[in-house]
Design a protein around this ligand. Structure first.
Ligand SMILES: NC(=O)c1ccc[n+]([C@@H]2O[C@H](COP(=O)([O-])OP(=O)(O)OC[C@H]3O[C@@H](n4cnc5c(N)ncnc54)[C@H](O)[C@@H]3O)[C@@H](O)[C@H]2O)c1
Length: 308
């Protein structure tokens, strides 16, 4: 049984990862300030601290009680648009937050940190698709810049203090428990609106593409990288581009309510295309996603319907 810290364990990706870790008989300690996560998401067998990762002293107190084998770091400001509106907040949560964590971990390094980075915005205005990790990251949004800074910090701490890390650059993750009230997660937002018979708002012409990956595939990758000895940076996506219009159509067809799309002016700085290559992770680990977008959306709709 390993002792594992999961920051952001009440959120979407974090809570699914916690469930799997507990299923596999590990002891899980969660730190989350419930800013975008929900206590209902949290596995009852996890030990929970309602603490903000920006609060250095409170973090220190928690670390006095434990020696962690592994750390998953999911806590963060996740919303690209919010990052543009309030860059200081994004940097404080994402960058200062990880520094606080690393300062504690360097005293007693775990075997590995698994960091949740972004493949969606990391490569900025590249014209290489699907984009491999070898393309130099040049994000054009604060959120992407803060995630890139986190990766650089992890690299420096790994060299100076021997903390092994893997940074998983996820595509657009979707599935049960994603917060449809936030601006992140177009699939959850559309599903909840179509179920309620409301129109869906699309910014731009809807032909912008994303690399949508189902949560179970992401959790598989998270656990795999905890268990293996591979460090470094890996894209975790599908390598397949799907447009926002297509996402709407799949959802609408499945729910059968014939809802309308409403087009609004494109948001400034939003990428036209985003799709990441998964050749590296396949080569190193054999991992590849199991779910096609049609299947993943179907499962997500089922969850929403059961919840309602
Ligand atoms: N969902 C995606 O498509 C996606 C894609 C790439 C990367 N990521 C990254 O994965 C991680 C998890 O994302 P998610 O989609 O599960 O989002 P989420 O909002 O559901 O989860 C984030 C969790 O962190 C907590 N949190 C936020 N700020 C905190 C703070 N200051 N202190 C303590 N806890 C805090 C929230 O309450 C929430 O439970 C994030 O770091 C995000 O940037 C997500």
């Amino acid at each position: 049984m390993a002792k594992i810290l999961v920051t952001g364990g009440c959120g979407f990706i974090g809570s699914h990862t916690v469930d799997r870790l507990i299923e596999e008989k590990n002891q899980v300690i969660v730190i989350d300030n419930l800013s975008t996560g929900f206590i209902e998401n949290l596995n009852k067998k996890a030990i929970f601290y309602n603490v903000d990762i920006q609060e250095k002293e409170k973090l220190s107190d928690i670390f006095k009680n434990y020696s962690f084998d592994y750390v998953f770091h999911f806590a963060g400001q996740i919303n690209v648009r919010k990052g543009e509106k309030d860059p200081i907040f994004d940097i404080n949560v994402n960058v200062i937050g990880i520094v606080n964590l690393l300062e504690e971990l360097k005293k007693n390094p775990p075997k590995k940190i698994i960091f949740s980075s972004t493949g969606g915005v990391m490569y900025g205005l590249t014209d290489i698709f699907p984009t491999p990790e070898s393309v130099e990251p040049f994000p054009i949004c604060i959120y992407g810049i803060s995630k890139l800074t986190c990766e650089k910090l992890l690299y420096a701490y790994s060299k100076n203090y021997g903390i092994n890390f893997v940074s998983l650059r996820y595509g657009n993750v979707y599935g049960p428990r994603q917060n449809y009230l936030s601006e992140a997660g177009v699939i959850s937002i559309f599903i909840s609106r179509v179920i309620e018979g409301k129109e869906c708002i699309i910014f731009g012409d809807g032909e912008q593409t994303r690399d949508f990956i189902y949560i179970e595939d992401v959790v598989d990758a998270n656990i795999l990288f905890m268990e293996n000895d591979i460090n470094g940076i890996f894209n975790i996506g599908t390598g397949i581009e799907t447009s926002v219009n297509r996402v709407f159509d799949i959802i609408n067809e499945n729910i059968g309510k014939d809802c309308k799309k409403v087009y609004r002016k494109a948001k400034k700085g939003e990428l036209k295309r985003s799709c990441i290559s998964i050749e590296k992770v396949k080569r190193y680990t054999g991992w590849s996603p199991k779910y096609k977008i049609e299947e993943g959306i179907k499962k997500t709709i089922e969850w929403f319907l059961n919840k309602n």
